[in-house]
Design a protein around this ligand. Structure first.
Ligand code: ZN
Length: 416
């Protein structure tokens, strides 16, 4: 864990340093302007100098505007000004813990001259005093993002090696989902295989940089190199594409669960752990904690929800005329799910449990083609369509841009 932090800090150091510098410049500027105005006011004697104090506030549970105002020396008269602003100011009367606000107070008049409330990571509600009333504005701010580069060399397990390289679980999950149909992350990886990743990081007020979307993967093993880049097509769909424009994603996700291992594989004859008899295992058992969310691997319609003897609580989803998936031993279903419900790819439909005949909590997952069970881990799902002609040029630009970013970061690290 400490190593993870250390690596992350390393990769963010230049950015952090730049931010710190910019911040210091601002402070410097602010101080120099401030002292200058004081001198001016003193020499020209234009009446009392106004002193504005800025308060940065993080909303705690149980806080409300009155409490916050009182804590910074503003009285009920000021509170009343805000409580008469109506609908537009509603978020102020309904503050949520962890929201942040900044309040500028004119100390001479004991007046709030500016109040900014962050509604979420991007949206700001601002009240600016204008002679005798507040101008209210709501603005969306583009969050600062940066692109990070990381290299994972496989030694033990992908997750372990990733964390060592400073890559978060979130990014590993996106990686396994992006390449899940191309690489079997359990069987195909060999020691020495490499992943080079480009991924977005987003600056969140009060949190710092957090990992966002994976943008590019370059995978190298003994047989060669494989590259995939994320691209948003003209219809607004984001997916990973090979350099020749073929799309990687399929109509099905590789797994109905997060970070899982197969505890019992698909088999045409296996000895049942409880029943002691040999019979085919028409699905895979995926180890998971009790209560872990289970999602539909493809878009479709629920054709069965209920108890199915040895399967316990079970859901069956029909994807089109040809494909069906089955999820068994669930502890519960998502509220409101019923026969006929339409589900999206990745939508949570239930939770891992141990209903039916089972030795412990796990998910039994089946994949059927024309009603015949197949191994969900090896089933061949056709690749989604390639890039449309009108997207080709734009996609080439994306590749070139990612090449440049990668080269830049690599150069910067060598300089260090
Ligand atoms: Zn099973």
């Amino acid at each position: 864990m400490s190593q993870e932090l250390e690596n992350r800090n390393n990769s963010l150091l230049p950015l952090g340093a730049i931010f710190a510098l910019i911040f210091m410049c601002f402070i410097g500027l602010y101080i120099s302007l401030d002292s200058e105005s004081e001198v001016l006011e003193d020499s020209y004697d234009e009446g009392p100098e106004t002193q504005v104090e800025l308060y940065n506030i993080s909303v705690n549970p149980g806080d409300n505007l009155t409490k916050i105002f009182h804590s910074i020396g503003l009285g009920n008269k000021e509170v009343a000004l805000f409580s008469n602003l109506g609908k537009k100011a509603k978020p102020l009367y309904d503050l949520k813990p962890k929201q942040t606000m900044s309040i500028s107070v004119d100390k001479t008049e004991q007046r709030c001259v500016n109040l900014s409330l962050w509604l979420n990571n991007e949206e700001k509600l601002e009240f600016a005093w204008n002679e005798d009333h507040y101008d209210i504005s709501r603005t969306k701010q583009q969050l600062a993002t940066s692109i990070n580069y990381a290299k994972i060399v496989v030694k033990h397990s992908l997750l372990e090696d990733a964390i060592k390289a400073g890559v978060s679980k979130n990014i590993v999950y996106q990686l396994t989902e992006a390449l899940g149909w191309e690489i079997d992350f359990i069987k195909d990886l060999r020691s020495g295989d490499e992943f080079k990743l480009l991924y977005k990081q987003v600056y969140v007020p009060n949190k710092g940089y957090v990992d966002g979307d994976l943008e590019e993967v370059v995978f190298t093993n003994r047989t060669g190199e494989f590259r995939a880049d994320k691209f948003q097509n003209y219809a607004g769909l984001s997916a990973f594409y090979l350099p020749d424009g073929r799309r990687l994603s399929r109509d099905f996700l590789t797994r109905p669960l997060k970070y899982t291992r197969v505890s019992s594989p698909y088999s045409l004859s296996r000895k049942h752990p409880l029943l002691g008899i040999s019979r085919p295992h028409h699905g895979v058992d995926l180890a998971a904690k009790y209560g872990s969310p289970v999602w539909a691997t493809g878009q479709g319609k629920v054709v069965f929800v209920g108890n199915k003897s040895g399967y316990g609580k079970t859901i069956v989803v029909q994807h089109n005329y040809k494909y069906k998936t089955l999820y068994a031993h669930l502890s519960k279903y998502t509220k409101g799910l019923h026969k006929g419900s339409k589900v999206a790819q990745g939508q949570i439909i239930g939770y891992v449990g141990m209903t039916g005949i089972t030795t412990g909590p796990h998910l039994h997952y089946e994949f059927r083609i024309n009603n015949a069970p197949v191994n969900p881990m090896t089933v061949k799902i056709p690749r989604s369509p390639s890039l449309a002609k009108k997207d080709v040029e734009k996609f080439k630009n994306t590749l070139a841009k990612n090449d440049e970013i990668r080269a830049q970061i690599q150069r910067a690290r060598e300089d260090l």
